[in-house]
Design a binder for this molecule. Structure first.
Ligand code: G1P
Ligand code: ZN
Length: 543
């Protein structure tokens, strides 16, 4: 075994986006591409002697090869130890959990989340820091700057280690420990939730369907929900992680999780349905013939948080990303706790959680989490709902309807225009920004504009400012239209239009969502000229 220094040249465009560096697998397969990025991460970290790194991914195509490369490079960089998930598998929340539990310096997550996998699909890499959360922008920018000047990387020529066998191995002077992918995570869940109450619920005939979408959460859900909570075998479907996710799009929303939606729409549907995404950090919650928007899910969990043992002391605050509906704000107000509005992306929650300012946080994009780790957490959200269903004895629909009756309903939908021409998307945003000043006070049919701006966030903990985080047009009654461009796509640009209508009157709480939001859909088109700029008359995906 020896360590080699390899000459390399810069690959342009290795700038991490909303959630790490995501590119086509074929790009990652080019010689030196992954190595350049990994060396740039390590160079940014500096001396790592004596330190532990956590490593794992969602099992997508190229995961195993990348794990072996990163292990050889970690050894060359002088790490003392790497904890790697069995088979190279660790869900994103599990990486966060393992970093925190074992006091690691940080972790590398290999995932492109919900993006399609397989040889023609996407791959991704993300660095998480010692608190278990995604590296903040100053770190990701430093990594990016390093990728722009890199000329060499260091790597051991050691043979592949056996990722399937639990236990110790060694590369150069570095210890490698292949760990059970689920154990640490499952132990944390037992501390947070009332497993006895949930066991009783299942023993009493309660039925659920969890769709693993052939992605990473399958093994976690099987071990916990079927194994520890006693749900019948078969409760978890599509449970085996596949390199191409079985050809499906592992993004839990009503469009992609069509099989689950069909199961939950049947007359004899299970009581509860849920799904998670490629890397296990997203969740979708369903009742029988009833789907819960992620924004409502956050608000309902916040309102009932104290049913779970881990949250019995109450919440310190709630945080939501700006485009997420304002349903949680109303709960925070009723509880007398602060509600923070952050830019899109989980990395913005880290400081608030570390500083003890927020306990629960969530995004409209099927992401919910808390201060138990520093990532959003799919299986955690499902267990929280199970705990709530067990404690209340109510159905999902009952809980949500009662919530609306008390707080009012925030109708919510996101319209995505995927793979539009990048230049046109940028022009659309630029022309919207120019219009902002003239919009305030304008009468747009049903609504009058109260505020129109480009969201800017000053982190209350470190004072860092994030600009141009999305154009929001807020009406006098709190209804909103928000526009932003995706930071995770790998093809052209994706325009996201977020629509939200607040309705206090219970007589209007059961309209079809798109119908309820139609006037705002027209306003979005009117102010942004979506069809003109994108050439699309309709969104690609509506959630
Ligand atoms: C999307 C979601 C965002 C989430 C991110 C990572 O980012 O909108 O809420 O944090 O994926 O899962 P976007 O593509 O919008 O930049
Ligand atoms: Zn994800």
């Amino acid at each position: 075994m020896s360590i080699n220094t390899v000459n390399t040249t810069v690959f342009p465009g290795q700038r991490p986006g909303t959630s790490g560096l995501r590119k086509k697998v074929t790009l990652f397969q080019q010689a030196h591409y992954l190595e350049n990025f990994v060396q740039s991460v390590f160079d940014t970290l500096g001396d790592c002697s004596g330190k532990t790194l956590v490593l794992g991914g969602d099992g997508r195509f190229h995961n195993r090869a990348a794990v072996q490369t990163i292990l050889r490079m970690a050894a060359a960089h002088g790490f003392a130890k790497v904890l790697v998930g069995q088979g190279g598998i660790l869900s994103t929340p599990a990486v966060s959990c393992v970093i925190r539990k074992h006091g690691a310096l940080g972790g590398v997550v290999l995932s492109a989340s919900h993006n399609p996998g397989g040889p023609d699909g996407d791959f991704g890499i993300k660095y998480n820091i010692a608190n278990g959360g995604p590296a903040p922008e100053n770190v990701t920018e430093a990594i990016f700057h390093r990728t722009e000047t890199i000329s060499q990387y260091r790597i051991s020529d050691a043979a592949d280690i056996d990722l399937n066998r639990l236990g110790a191995a060694r590369i150069e002077d570095m210890d490698v420990e292949v760990i059970d992918s689920v154990a640490d995570y499952a132990e944390l869940m037992q501390q947070l939730f009332d497993f006895d109450a949930i066991r009783k619920l299942f023993a009493g005939g309660f039925r659920m369907c969890f769709d693993g979408m052939h992605a990473v959460s399958g093994p976690y859900a099987k071990a916990i929900i079927e194994g520890q909570l006693g749900a019948p075998a078969g409760t978890v479907i599509n449970a085996v992680p596949l390199e191409d996710f079985g050809g499906h799009h592992p993004d839990p929303n009503p469009v992609n999780a069509a099989q689950l939606i069909e199961i939950m729409a049947a007359d004899d549907a299970p009581d509860f349905g849920a799904a998670s995404d490629g890397d296990g950090d997203r969740n979708m919650i369903l009742g029988r013939k009833f789907d819960v928007t992620p924004s409502d899910s956050l608000a309902v969990l916040a309102a009932h948080a104290t049913v779970a043992p881990g949250y019995r002391a109450g919440l310190k605050g709630i945080a939501r990303s700006m485009p997420t509906s304002q349903a949680a704000d109303r709960v925070a107000k009723a509880l007398g706790i602060p509600c923070f509005e952050t830019p899109t992306g989980w990395k913005f929650f880290g400081n608030l959680l570390d500083a003890g300012k927020a306990t629960l946080c969530g995004e409209e994009s099927y992401g919910t989490g808390s201060d138990h780790i520093r990532e959003k957490d799919g299986v955690w959200a499902v267990l929280f709902w199970l705990n709530l269903l067990a404690a209340s004895g109510k159905s999902v629909e009952q809980l949500v309807s009662e919530h609306w009756a008390r707080y009012g309903r925030n109708y919510y939908s996101r319209h995505d225009y995927e793979a539009v021409e990048t230049h046109a998307a940028n022009e659309l945003m630029a022309s919207l920004r120019i219009k902002l000043a003239t919009l305030v006070g304008q009468d747009l049919g049903h609504y009058v504009v109260e505020l129109a701006d480009d969201f800017e966030y000053t982190d209350p903990v470190d004072g860092l400012v994030a600009k141009q985080q999305g154009v929001r047009i807020v009406m006098t009654n709190g209804s909103r239209v928000v526009f932003r461009l995706s930071g995770t796509g790998t093809e052209g640009a994706t325009l996201r239009v977020y629509l939200e209508r607040y309705e206090a009157d219970p007589a209007f709480h059961h309209l079809p969502t798109q119908q309820a939001l139609y006037p705002l859909t027209l306003i979005a088109e009117q102010v942004a000229g979506i069809t003109d700029w994108t050439g699309r008359a309709h969104p690609t995906v509506t959630t």
